[in-house]
Design a protein around this ligand. Structure first.
Ligand code: HSE
Length: 380
């Protein structure tokens, strides 16, 4: 019988507790909570040492979130000889390599499937295909909040701020929803995914990222007229110069699967040399979908799974200068750069010739200083 120590008992932790309580192959021993939460369950403790020194607990589930003190707590658990399962993408994006090294040193296992795609078995399948194939690219809709906002704006004429509020009420959004709408949440998931796909440790903060804060109903109407649908896309590809990884709004033709991903659903795909394109669709957030993936990781440990998604994670350069495509750009201040790449003009917007991702993101960051409402979307 696997005995769990939970670090955190919030939305996901509570879900893990509920699923584990209904099983006969695992049980929750102790739950680390903040002092004001002790009454939520008779198994709560407030001192981490009560879990670290409890020899009957073999596996820690970290669902407290944030980077610190989660990193220190998870490190202590690994050093205490406990397997660790986490759903914490911020922690994994920042410290994957260190945590894997600690797990190896202490002969324990580290699993983090729920960190990307919530309830979707994405990382496990990405690591499985890697046993046979070489991955060419990974991409996807990996943030439910922004997909909910964009889908709602596409389906009806609704205001950005109102839809964001609804997404928060439905519990999809991060505590600070700017992490969703400015693309930082999806960027973390991309950093972890390219790490596993390409054995690459990339600096999350350096990934060119443009969110959906500035999208307007007029943009959405223009996309409708073009027969396209806008999604916030994370994309990663191995190139001879390094990993081209970026996050940007992207307009897909309406016949693409991505265009049909509605409400808060996620869809994540890879393309590899033998398997070709495989896509994984489901709930990327939420109590029970995410808890499902955490419990599945625990079952993998029970079954003796002791490999990591990748144990290489070599520091790798970002190479967004080597990939190019056309863009939709809306700004009220057209400059020489934009004029030089404009191929088609609409009402307040232009379509560009193919331009490198690096150049477009660099231009847009500067452009924000003179036009705070500038918006662009890659064209696929
Ligand atoms: N805020 C995230 C989302 C939660 O909307 O997808 C899951 O990471």
């Amino acid at each position: 019988m696997m005995k769990l120590g939970l670090f955190g008992y919030g939305v996901v932790g509570g879900g893990v507790g509920r699923i584990a309580d209904g099983r006969d192959d695992m049980e929750v021993g102790r739950i680390l909570v903040l002092p004001h939460e002790v009454d939520v369950d008779p198994r709560t403790v407030t001192n981490i040492n009560d879990i670290l020194t409890d020899e009957s607990i073999d596996t820690v589930v970290e669902v407290m979130g944030g980077i610190h003190p989660a990193f220190e707590f998870v490190s202590s658990a690994l050093k205490a000889g406990k397997n660790v399962v986490t759903a914490n993408k911020a922690l994994v994006a920042a410290y994957y390599k260190e945590l894997i090294a600690l797990a190896k040193e202490n002969n324990v296992t580290f699993r983090c499937t729920a960190a990307v795609g919530g309830g979707i078995p994405w990382l496990v399948n990405l690591s499985r295909v890697r046993r046979v194939d070489t991955i060419e690219s990974v991409w996807g809709i990996m943030n439910g909040t922004t997909n909910y906002i964009l889908s709602s704006m596409t389906a009806q004429d609704v205001d950005f701020a109102d839809v964001l509020k609804k997404a928060q009420e439905l519990g999809y959004a991060e505590a600070d929803p700017t992490a969703d709408i400015d693309g930082h949440d999806i960027r973390r998931k991309l950093a972890i995914s390219v790490g596993v796909a390409f054995d690459a440790a990339v600096e999350e903060a350096n990934i060119p990222t443009f969110g959906i804060r500035n999208v307007t109903s007029a943009d959405i109407q223009a996309f409708r007229n073009m027969g396209r649908t806008c999604k916030l896309l994370a994309y990663g590809q191995m190139t001879p110069d390094g990993v081209a990884a970026y996050v940007e709004p992207t307009i897909f033709t309406n016949d693409r699967l991505e265009a049909s991903v509605g409400t808060n659903y996620n869809m994540i795909s890879y393309k590899s040399n033998n398997a070709g394109i495989q896509s994984f669709y489901g709930q990327g957030a939420g109590r029970f979908p995410t808890a499902y993936n955490v419990v599945s990781d625990c079952l993998d440990i029970i079954a003796g799974e002791d490999s990591f998604y990748t144990d290489k994670a070599e520091p790798t350069a970002l190479a967004c200068g080597s990939v190019s495509h056309a863009y939709y750009v809306r700004t009220n201040v057209c400059d020489e750069f934009l004029s030089s790449i404009t191929e088609e003009k609409g009402e307040g917007w232009v379509i560009t010739a193919p331009v490198s991702v690096e150049k477009m993101h660099a231009w847009a960051q500067k452009q924000k200083e003179i036009d705070a409402g500038v918006f662009f979307a890659g064209i696929q």
